[in-house]
Design a protein around this ligand. Sequence first.
Ligand code: ADP
Ligand code: F6P
Length: 324
Amino acid sequence: MADSIKTIGILTSGGDAPGMNAAIRAVVRKAISNGIQVKGIKKGYQGLLNEEIIDMTARHVSDTIQRGGTILGTARCQEFVTLEGQQKGAEICRKHGIDGIVVIGGDGSYRGAQALSRQGINTIGIPGTIDLDIACTDYTIGFDTAVNTAMQAIDKVRDTSSSHERCSIIEVMGRNAGFIALWCGVANGAEDILLPETYDFNEQAIINNIISNRKRGKNHHLIINAEGIGHSTSMAKRIEAATGIETRATILGYMQRGGSPTCKDRYYASIMGAYAADLLCSGATNRVVAYRDGKFVDFDIEEALAMKKSIPDYEYMVSKCLAI
Ligand code: ADP
Ligand code: F6P
């Protein structure tokens, strides 16, 4: 353990995700068991700049592993994107005796962590986003809960869609990435899955598919549309006009980001949180924790941000052929 590290901070940043509390708990408890003090920074980088900093003991994270959201709160902070904001953040860390910070969030939050590291504050990132859109890692905290929440909601829409012999367009989150849409599309047996990475905006092909499926006896037609494509309500109106089949749009929205984390999210968050605390305690900086090829590993933030992630071709092809 690096002798110079005595106190670490922890913050959550960007969109919240189920499992963030399990990660906070693991960072706090692993650091304490390593003999290091922990300070909680509320509301992301904004809370750092506002000096909303509290001492955290093992008891502060009691009864939190099963709770959705983030007990520290989260925010998006424009001031922290500026050099002045980053210098001020580093000064505040020094003032509070914070030698290093664990940042739980997405790519944007990693950029903030990288900036703090350049200002001399050690930083470690943990992937926390429902979108699964962080390239260096096969897993991001919150994704499993979000897809299970969405899958259950879509099953319910499917029931009523079948009863009324309707077409349903269900829009799921994911920002510019289609992972939530792909997973729900496969798991819910959707007839069409529209992903920002692959959709060619050929609405006529969807209309033809709906008509031929109806002729083949299918009594509903489920379209999972990713947020990155959007416009589900206007798409529903056009499809109804073209097919004569009643079509409804449902936008699942923020319900996908809430709720008690699944076992998988709690487990990954716990291991990643402990790993991040160990990295920081050992004096590492500018690294992110990742899960890749079956192992928990870490990467330099620069290297992690340069990586690219795409929808796996085979999985997308399978999703299309299972929908016949
Ligand atoms: P996420 O972390 O989920 O990708 P955002 O992209 O909104 O979410 O980023 C979260 C926060 O990280 C931003 O509000 C900002 O405070 C900080 N951040 C984002 N980009 C940068 C940057 N280039 N430099 C410094 N901080 C950044
Ligand atoms: O990154 C998670 C996410 O929920 C995206 O799926 C969505 O596009 C975005 O955050 C919404 O962010 P906000 O909370 O700022 O509306």
